[in-house]
Ligand binder design. Structure first.
Ligand code: SF4
Length: 708
C-alpha cells in the first residue's frame, strides 16, 4: 500500500504507549535512525513526554529482536522455515477455508490488540464479520476497558467519554479511583499537578488499596479494601444526598432511576460502609463534602475498577456520582476513563470487539447488521456474539475453536490464569502469530509467523482517551520483509477470494471507515484524511460541514444517547464475585503496572534506561504480615494460588494494606523461567456482562522460598 505525504525528514505522530495519546515529532536522521521529541503544538501534552515516550526512539532504532520474514511449518515436530509471503498466506488461507467448510465460520478467530491502528482494526473486523461470517474478533482491550464500555452504554447510552483533557484545567475536584496516573498516565497527571499548583483549593481524592505516587498529590486518600468500590461509591452517594449536595433539577429533567438508587444507597449506613471498605467514616464524609462543593467534578478511573468480576457495577456506581450531582456535559465536569492502550478507543469505533459492529452499532440489532452487510457487500452478518478474549482460549482448549490468529499482543503473559492459555495453544489445530518481535512466548506455538511493521514504519490513525483522532505518519521502512498489519490482512483476504480489500493506501481504509460512521453518534463522515493530517488531530464526532477541531465535550445539551434521551442512574446492587481468601490462601492479591514499563515489556523491555527504575518483578507485602512468615526485605518468596506459582523478591512496604499483596503484571517468561509471571496465579473469574477478567483480586498464600 502506498503511504501519503511528500518526502521530508520530520513527521508528526502519536506515542504508541498509553491512551493519553501524546503528540510527538519523529525525525529521520541521516544514518536511518529516528529521534523523537514531544510536539510542543500538540494540545494533549504541549511538548511534554513521560519516561516511556522520551525513549520511544530506542524501540524503533533497536531492530535486534525484529521478525524479518514469514516462517511456517507443516507439523509441530518440524522446525519452522522461511517462506515467501505468498506461500505463508496461501497455506493460512487453505487451512482457514478447510476449517470454515468443515466446522463453520466460528471455528476460526482473530485475537488482536489495542495497539493496532484504527485502519488495521477496521479491515480485520470487515474480514471476519463481513466475509468469513463469524464475530470471533476480540482484542486485549477486553482485558482493560470493556467494563467501562458497558458502563458508559448502560448509563449514557453509548460508549462515549463525555469530557476532554482541557476540562482538567476547569475542574476543582478530582476523584481518582482504581488508577495510578502518576505512573501509568503521567502526562495527563502532570496537567492535574500543574492545575493543583496554580489552584491549591482544587481537591484531589484518590481511592486505592495502595499508597501510590498519585497519592502524593491527594488531599484525601481512601485506602479501601480491594473489591469494596461499589460500597464506597454508594456511601459517598448517600452522603451527597443527605447533605443536599445533589442536582435535583438535572436528576428530574435529564436522568432516570434516582428513586431506586436512593433506596439502594440507603440500605447501608455510612458506618457500615466504612467498616466494609476499611476506611474511616469521616473520610467518606469528607470525600462527599469535596465532591458536593465542587463547581467542576471529574471522576477518573482505569483498571482498578474495570478489571474486576464486578467491573460493570463498579463503573456504574462511579458514573452515578457524576449523574446525581449533575456534573456532566459542562466545562470541567464529567467521567474520564483512562485508557491503557493507545488505540483501544479507535478499535471500539470500528467495532473491533466480539459483540460490536462498526461505529458502535449493535450486533444484536438486525437493522444495524443489515446496514453494515449492505455497506460491505459481503456475507450475512452473524447475530451470534463472538468469543471474547478468555473465551477464545477456553474454546481452543475444548476443541470448539480450531484456529487462532494472534495480532500484536502477547496473551501468554497478559491473560489471567495463563497456564490455561498455554494449554489452549498447545491444543490449537492452527496458530498464526503476527508480530514485530521474535520474543513473545506465543511464537513457540505458531504454525505460521508473519512479520509486522512497527510504530513509525506504517501510517494510520488512532483515538486517545478524550476521543481525539490523530494521524501517525510513516517515517521509516520496516526491516526485512515486514509489512503493515492492514496490508497483511488485506493480502490474506484477497487470497481467500474476498472482494473489497483492494485499498491503495491506509487513507482509503480510513475514508471507508469514516463513511460508515455517517449518521451515528460518532459520526466522522465530515473528517477527510487530508483535513486530519492538516489539523493533526480532531475529536469525534465531526460531521459533514464541520470546520473546527471537532467536539471536545459531549452531552452539553443534557440529551443522552439512551432511548429516553435521559441518563440512567443504575441502582447497582452490591455483589461480590471474586475468589475469597481462606485458610489455605489467606492473602488478597492485586496486580498492576510500574512506571517505566508498558504491558508485557516487548518494547519498553528493550530500553536499558527504563529498566533502571525497577529491573525485576517483586511482591509488595505489608511489614505486619512479613515477619510472621519469616520474610525480610529482598527474600525470595513464593506466591501461590489454586492455579499456579510465582517466585519473586519481597518488598516490605506499609504502602499496602495488611492482608493484601501486590505483583506487577509486566513480566513473562524470561530465559525459560516463567516464575516472574503474575498471571500464573491470577483468577479466571470475569465480569458476567463485560467479560473483563478479575486481575485485581484473587486468593493467594505467600511463603518464604526455601531451596529444596
Ligand atoms: Fe506516551 Fe502515555 Fe507517556 Fe504520553 S503519557 S508519552 S502517551 S506513555
Amino acid at each position: 500500500m502506498a503511504t501519503n505525504g511528500p518526502a521530508k525528514d520530520t513527521f508528526t505522530s502519536t506515542c504508541c504507549y498509553c491512551g493519553v495519546g501524546c503528540g510527538v515529532t519523529v525525525k529521520k536522521e541521516k544514518d536511518g535512525s529516528v529521534s523523537v521529541a514531544g510536539n510542543p503544538e500538540y494540545p494533549v501534552n504541549r511538548g511534554m513526554l513521560c519516561s516511556k515516550g522520551l525513549n520511544l526512539q530506542y524501540t524503533v532504532n533497536d531492530q535486534s529482536d525484529r521478525l524479518l520474514y514469514p516462517q511456517m511449518r507443516y507439523n509441530r515436530s518440524m522446525p519452522r522455515q522461511r517462506v515467501s509471503w505468498d506461500e505463508a498466506l496461501q497455506r493460512t488461507a487453505a487451512v482457514f477455508k478447510t476449517f470454515i467448510e468443515k466446522y463453520g465460520p466460528d471455528s476460526v478467530a482473530f485475537y488482536a490488540s489495542g495497539q493496532c491502528l484504527t485502519e488495521e482494526y477496521y479491515v480485520i473486523n470487515k474480514l471476519i464479520k463481513g466475509f468469513i461470517g463469524s464475530n470471533n474478533l476480540d482484542t486485549n482491550s477486553r482485558l482493560c476497558m470493556s467494563s467501562a464500555v458497558v458502563g458508559y452504554k448502560m448509563a449514557l447510552g453509548e460508549d462515549s467519554v463525555p469530557v476532554c483533557y482541557d476540562d482538567i484545567e476547569l475542574a476543582d475536584c478530582f476523584y481518582v479511583t482504581g488508577a495510578n496516573p502518576a505512573w501509568c498516565h503521567p502526562i495527563l497527571w502532570r496537567r492535574v499537578e500543574a492545575h493543583k499548583a496554580a489552584n491549591p483549593a482544587t481537591k484531589i481524592i484518590v481511592v486505592d488499596p495502595r499508597v501510590t505516587d498519585t497519592c502524593a498529590l491527594a488531599d484525601l486518600h481512601l485506602q479501601l479494601t480491594p473489591g469494596t468500590d461499589v460500597v464506597l461509591n454508594h456511601a459517598i452517594g448517600r452522603a451527597l444526598i443527605e447533605n443536599g449536595d445533589i442536582d435535583l433539577a438535572f436528576i428530574n429533567d435529564h436522568a432516570e432511576g434516582f428513586e431506586q438508587y436512593k433506596q439502594v444507597v440507603f440500605e447501608r449506613t455510612l458506618a457500615e460502609a466504612a467498616r466494609i471498605c476499611g476506611v474511616p467514616e469521616e473520610q467518606i464524609r469528607l470525600a462527599a463534602q469535596y465532591i458536593g462543593s465542587a463547581k467542576g467534578f471529574i471522576s477518573m478511573w482505569t483498571m482498578g475498577l474495570n478489571q474486576s468480576a464486578v467491573g460493570v457495577d463498579k463503573n456504574l456506581s462511579l458514573l452515578n456520582l457524576n449523574l446525581i450531582t449533575g456534573q456532566i456535559g459542562k466545562p470541567g465536569a464529567g467521567p474520564l476513563s483512562l485508557t491503557g492502550q493507545p488505540n483501544a478507543m479507535g478499535g471500539r469505533e470500528v467495532g473491533g470487539l466480539s459483540n460490536l459492529l462498526p461505529a458502535h452499532r449493535n450486533l444484536a440489532n438486525p437493522a444495524h447488521r443489515a446496514e453494515v452487510q449492505q455497506f460491505w457487500g459481503g456475507t450475512t452478518l452473524s447475530d451470534k456474539p463472538g468469543l471474547t478474549a478468555t473465551e477464545m482460549f477456553e474454546a481452543l482448549n475444548d476443541g470448539r475453536l480450531k484456529a487462532i490468529w494472534i495480532i500484536c499482543t502477547n496473551p501468554l503473559t497478559s491473560l489471567p490464569n495463563v497456564r490455561l492459555a498455554e494449554e489452549a495453544l498447545k491444543k490449537a489445530k492452527f496458530v498464526v502469530v503476527q508480530d514485530i518481535s521474535n520474543k513473545p512466548e506465543t511464537l513457540a506455538y505458531a504454525d505460521v509467523i508473519l512479520p509486522a511493521a512497527a510504530w513509525a514504519e506504517k501510517e494510520g490513525t488512532m483515538t486517545n482517551s478524550e476521543r481525539r483522532i490523530s494521524h501517525l505518519a510513516k517515517v521509516v521502512d520496516a526491516p526485512g520483509e515486514a509489512l503493515p498489519d492492514a496490508e497483511i490482512i488485506c493480502r490474506f483476504a484477497r487470497t481467500m477470494g474476498y472482494p473489497g480489500f483492494n485499498y491503495d493506501s491506509p487513507a482509503a481504509i480510513y475514508r471507508e471507515h469514516a463513511r460508515l460512521t455517517a449518521g451515528t453518534n460518532l459520526d466522522i463522515s465530515g473528517l477527510s484524511y487530508s483535513v486530519l493530517q492538516e489539523k493533526g488531530s480532531v475529536q469525534w464526532p465531526y460531521k459533514v460541514g464541520q470546520k473546527d477541531l471537532g467536539t471536545p465535550r459531549l452531552f452539553v445539551d443534557n440529551i443522552f444517547y439512551t432511548p429516553s434521551k435521559k441518563a440512567i442512574i443504575h441502582a447497582t446492587p452490591v455483589s461480590f464475585r471474586s475468589e475469597e481468601p481462606d485458610e489455605d490462601f489467606p492473602f488478597i492479591l492485586t496486580t498492576g503496572r510500574i512506571r517505566d514499563q508498558w504491558h508485557t515489556m516487548s518494547k519498553t523491555g528493550k530500553v536499558n534506561k527504563l529498566k533502571k527504575h525497577i529491573s525485576q518483578a517483586f511482591l509488595e507485602i505489608h511489614p505486619q504480615d512479613a515477619p510472621r512468615l519469616g520474610i525480610v526485605e529482598n527474600d525470595l518468596v513464593e506466591v501461590e494460588s489454586r492455579r499456579g506459582k510465582v517466585r519473586v523478591q519481597a518488598r516490605l512496604t506499609s504502602n499496602i494494606k495488611p492482608g493484601v499483596v501486590f505483583l506487577p503484571m509486566h513480566w513473562g517468561k524470561i530465559l525459560g523461567n516463567d516464575l516472574n509471571r503474575a498471571n500464573n496465579v491470577t483468577s479466571g473469574a470475569f465480569d458476567p456482562i463485560s467479560k473483563e477478567p478479575d486481575f485485581k483480586y484473587c486468593a493467594v498464600r505467600v511463603d518464604k522460598y526455601r531451596k529444596p
